[in-house]
Design a protein around this ligand. Structure first.
Ligand SMILES: Cc1cc2nc3c(=O)[nH]c(=O)nc-3n(C[C@H](O)[C@H](O)[C@H](O)COP(=O)(O)OP(=O)(O)OC[C@H]3O[C@@H](n4cnc5c(N)ncnc54)[C@H](O)[C@@H]3O)c2cc1C
Length: 380
């Protein structure tokens, strides 16, 4: 759809991203997913595009500017690859870059941000715990002050990049119960007492790693506290907004992939003496898929505009994330239906996307939590 927000720069940026994904990812995505890993080289190739540097000062290796439309385009093009695991493995670091940039000490920023943004090192955000991910205010990991250090104890799970990242942003309880007692910490993977184990086999996202992290008397310097003591909950919540925009954009790319592949199939395959596209039922399915894409795209564009202009449209982001994962669920199912048995075979975008719907409906704030937060943001 045409949009009033299109500019020459944004068009050129999208083309760069599309060309990159088409050349560097799509031909290999299936093999990487089956192998359960991606060569580290892709981190560096992606890093060289600068895409992890949105909103980050140039002094730290960032782009020195931000644009939500470009953020969305980049995530959408990764989504279009139809292999969510690649997007998770590469772009999972985005949710830790922002808090490091905003809240870590100048020494830490100087030392690590350039490497993370360039793809030489990996970083992760570890919020979710074995006891639960939705109720962040209730997290159990503790950080006890001991002189000039904090000592962390607890466990995190489902952490994307957890097996391969060098740096972690870890919220832990420094104060009393509830949201007012949480602080953020910068933790390096080689700190004594830090260990990790890979999650068992997953429904999708095969080529990205998720880990359980164990913090067993992990001592970090007091300067590794990020931001103010006991004020970490708000920082986590603020960080979720751009993560959710990225997920919405990735889902938009996934829906476009479903449309492209099911349309191509319907135009090619014949049943009952004519091309499938000539059967009205199939045409209606495709029209509905295309309508869902238009609706999400329009919603996302308005969100990007409002993110750029401020203030952060939190309720709309929450509502759009639910709307999009629900739309994706239907789109993935209907496009696989168009492919028939062929869609059920491994090695095609639609089959993978169908298996990756649920992680989008749960990760980064589940559908239930998104609806609840939207209502609260609207004052109810
Ligand atoms: C592949 C993958 C990658 C992930 N990567 C990361 C990562 O990098 N970092 C990280 O910190 N986390 C990560 N997560 C964790 C993710 O954020 C959590 O799974 C999510 O927040 C939900 O938490 P939970 O699984 O503990 O479910 P729970 O919080 O136990 O909730 C279970 C179900 O109950 C529903 N529910 C909970 N409370 C309510 C309520 N009050 N009302 C109605 N329904 C409710 C939830 O919506 C959910 O459907 C990842 C998860 C997956 C699957």
């Amino acid at each position: 759809m045409k949009t009033p927000f299109e500019t020459e720069e944004r068009r050129a940026f999208r083309k760069t991203m599309r060309d990159f994904v088409t050349r560097e990812i799509m031909p290999f995505a299936d093999a990487w997913d089956e192998a359960g890993e991606i060569p580290w080289e892709l981190h560096q190739k992606t890093g060289a595009l600068g895409v992890w540097g949105f909103g980050i000062d140039e002094a730290y290796g960032g782009l020195g500017f931000d644009d939500c439309f470009m953020r969305a385009a980049f995530n959408e093009e990764f989504g279009r690859s139809g292999t969510g695991g690649v997007g998770a493995a590469m772009n999972g670091r985005m949710i830790s870059i922002e808090p490091i940039h905003r809240l870590a000490s100048p020494e830490i920023k100087d030392r690590v941000l350039g490497d993370i943004i360039a793809g030489r090192k990996g970083s992760s955000l570890g919020v979710t715990e074995p006891g639960g991910g939705s109720d962040v205010a209730n997290l159990k990991t503790t950080a006890r002050r001991d002189g000039n250090h904090f000592v962390l104890n607890g466990s995190k799970t489902f952490i994307t990049g957890g097996m391969t990242s060098d740096y972690f942003v870890i919220p832990a309880r420094t104060g009393g119960a509830g949201l007012g007692g949480i602080s953020l910490f910068f933790v390096e993977a080689d700190t004594p007492g830090f260990s990790r184990s890979a999650l068992p086999r997953k429904m999708g996202w095969w080529c990205s790693d998720q880990a359980t992290l164990f913090l067993d008397d992990v001592r970090v310097p007091a300067e590794n506290m990020m931001g103010e003591e006991d004020r970490g909950f708000l920082a986590i919540m603020e960080n979720f907004n751009l993560e959710r925009v990225a997920l919405i954009a990735a889902m938009l790319g996934m829906m476009k992939a479903c449309f492209e592949d099911s349309l191509a199939w319907a135009e090619e395959r014949e049943t009952f003496g004519k091309k499938m596209i000539r059967h009205q039922v199939i045409r209606h399915k495709l029209a509905d898929i295309s309508t869902s894409i238009d609706a999400v795209e329009a919603f996302l564009n308005m969100i990007c505009h409002n993110v750029n202009e401020g203030p952060m449209p939190v309720a709309e982001i929450c509502k759009c994330k639910v709307f999009t994962s629900k739309a994706l669920e239907k789109v993935a199912s209907e496009s696989m239906q168009i492919l028939g048995g062929a869609g059920y075979l491994r090695g095609n975008r639609i089959e993978r996307i169908y298996r990756e719907v649920k992680v989008m409906a749960i990760g980064g704030g589940s559908e239930e939590i998104m609806r609840d937060l939207a209502m609260r943001q609207m004052g109810h």
